[in-house]
Design a protein around this ligand. Structure first.
Ligand code: C2E
Ligand code: CA
Ligand code: CA
Length: 554
């Protein structure tokens, strides 16, 4: 049942045109029992008349409100009313009004005085209204379609769009629950209004859209009318408008280009959701297109997640160490890298599960575990020659959301009585870029407590040079991608040369990561780099092997 939609001006014209044919022509809001607009406008200003049953007795919903039934069923309903000595016939037509403030579901009531003989038995619908559930098609908060309304409209749209390819877009606000908790519901509602406005602006008259649940919005339109860049710009406007303090709204889109118009609309929405869930980017506006393989990825992710807790309990997570050497191979320090000793799959490298855990909001559980193991290792080395080998650990940007980094590390070194200068903390450049001010503060606080901070994967971001200016890290770790590019491009070599000499002047050490060949080692060494980490010297290896390799004479 599709409820027709009108512009307010058009419906007013219509109401005036038929006014003479009826005693009362008005629009009511059946959920509130209120008169929205009266054709004759005779009742304007009369507060009592605001209630649609003011004529029949105010204070309660009519037992059998025709408009209520009409809105619920999506079909025209009739009924009889007796008021005093007069009998009336009420015809209720469900409709949607569409104006600049949004779309709302109402009913048009056409009421005419009839002679007693014409009155349909009053009892015909008695008790109907309170038994029936009101079938809303409009989301009362934002005024756009709700799930029911969107589903109806989408089905109709697809049955008409036989010659065009359509695309379904699902929009979601990341961590919306958190927004509500931290900033209150009214802030949350503000964001939802902006999102509804964004849908309206993108699809306009060309498509259909709705808020299908809490912070999930859907848009369905022709693929040829869909402009990805335009949507990104609209979303960015919402992000800019809804920034409070350091918090920025993150809007994510899952796109599902429809391949089979007859597919169930709920399944289409699920596929858009799968695309959305597979987003890995931390950018405030991120988009992802559905692929069939995503279902497999999802299965893989759920397997990782379901095995993870057990892995921690059964101590299946271990650390490997990769040495950091000077150019002659002398050991200077090492990086702790996690490995999953999976009962069936053997040793699983972190690339296979870190992302999944980050997306699932579980990475801090792994990281705090790895950090503690690493500090325990340092404590085991206390009082031996190995005491001079600092270890570095990785901090995921997601860790900062869930744990107090400073306190966690301070507690750990205190608990195991390890000097903080033996523990180096690696923060990726992308984490710093995501929240520069927060990170600059954090780095200072960690350094004040005696930890050394390293900027990991340096050179992969866009403003690496700016970062050097603002963030006084102890070490920068040049990403292995940079090393690859200098072999092909002179420009990269020039930039890298500058980075290294600037870092040296600013009193920061430089580690080159991913050194695999003698040629790379020489080249980087000539540029002034003094520390290297890479397969040329060693892969990450189990701790026992590491100890045997570097300290066998002990
Ligand atoms: P990363 O922090 O950049 O660590 C260096 C990665 O580069 C390691 O991969 C290492 O094996 C690899 N690598 C080192 N030298 C070479 C080389 O010469 N050639 C090549 N091709 N690769 C080299 P790994 O151990 O697989 O770790 C991958 C990533 O997973 C790490 O990149 C880090 O981002 C993440 N990771 C590892 N352990 C942890 C952890 O405990 N917590 C978190 N949050 N992330 C971790
Ligand atoms: Ca690292
Ligand atoms: Ca790295």
């Amino acid at each position: 049942m599709i409820i027709p939609s009108f512009k307010i001006e058009d419906i007013k014209k219509f109401m005036q045109a038929v006014d003479g044919l009826y005693d009362v022509v008005r629009i009511v809001d059946p959920s509130e029992c209120k008169v929205i607009s009266d054709a004759s406008e005779a009742d304007r200003g009369n507060e009592d008349a605001e209630y649609c049953h003011a004529r029949w007795g105010r204070g309660k919903r009519c037992l059998d409100c025709a408009s209520y039934r009409a809105a619920q069923s999506g079909m025209i309903q009739e009924k009889a009313e007796i008021s005093g000595d007069e009998a009336y016939k009420v015809v209720a037509v469900p409709l949607i009004l569409d104006d600049e403030t949004g779309r709302r579901q109402y009913c048009l009531e056409l009421i005419r005085k009839v002679s007693e003989g014409d009155v349909i038995s009053e009892d015909e619908y008695t008790g109907g209204a309170d038994r029936m559930e009101f079938r809303e098609v409009i989301d009362t908060l934002t005024g756009i379609s709700n799930w029911e309304g969107f589903k109806d409209a989408a089905m109709e749209y697809l049955s008409n769009a036989t010659d065009k390819k359509s695309i379904l877009i699902r929009a979601n606000i990341k961590d919306f629950k958190l927004v509500n908790q931290l900033y209150g519901r009214s802030r949350g509602n503000d964001i939802l209004y902006s999102m509804a406005g964004m849908c309206r602006e993108l699809a306009g008259a060309k498509g259909v859209y709705g808020r299908i649940m809490s912070d999930h919005f859907m848009i369905l339109m022709a693929e040829e009318d869909f402009d990805e860049e335009a949507l990104k710009k609209l979303a960015q406007k919402v992000v800019d408008r809804q920034q409070f303090g350091i918090y920025k709204v993150h809007i994510q889109f899952g796109l599902y280009p429809i391949t089979d118009r007859r597919e169930d609309i709920s399944i289409m929405c699920d596929k858009a959701q799968i695309a959305l869930k597979a987003i890995e980017s931390d950018h405030p506006v991120a988009m992802n297109r559905y692929r069939d393989t995503m279902i497999l990825d999802r299965l893989y992710s759920s397997e990782v997640i379901s095995g993870f807790e057990e892995a921690l309990q059964k101590d299946q997570m271990s650390i490997f160490l990769q040495p950091q050497n000077d150019r002659d191979g002398k050991l200077l320090s090492a990086e702790a890298l996690v490995r999953w000793n999976h009962p069936e799959q053997g040793i699983v490298p972190p690339d296979r599960f870190i992302r999944v855990l980050e997306n699932a909001g579980l990475i801090h559980e792994l990281d705090t575990y790895v950090w503690e193991k690493t500090v325990i290792q340092l404590a085991n080395w206390t009082g031996t020659v190995k005491e001079n080998v600092p270890l570095s650990v990785n901090i995921s940007p997601k860790d900062m959301i869930y744990v107090d980094i400073e306190k966690t590390f301070a507690d750990l070194v205190r608990k195991y009585d390890v000097s903080p200068d033996r523990l180096n903390l690696e923060i990726t450049e992308s984490a710093v870029m995501a929240d520069p001010e927060g990170c600059i503060e954090l780095v200072k606080r960690l350094q004040n407590r005696g930890f050394k901070v390293e900027i990991d994967d340096f050179g992969t971001g866009y403003s690496s040079l700016n970062l050097l200016k603002d963030l006084q890290a102890n070490v920068i770790k040049i990403d292995r991608a940079f090393l690859k590019s200098i072999e092909q491009e002179k420009r990269s070599e020039i930039i890298l040369n500058h980075i290294i000499s600037m870092a040296n002047e600013l009193d920061m050490s430089v580690i080159t990561e991913g050194v695999e060949t003698k040629k790379q080692l020489d080249m980087m060494s000539d540029m002034g780099c003094k520390m290297f980490q890479g397969f040329y010297f060693s892969k990450p290896i189990p701790i026992m092997e590491f100890e045997a390799k570097y300290f066998e004479t002990e």
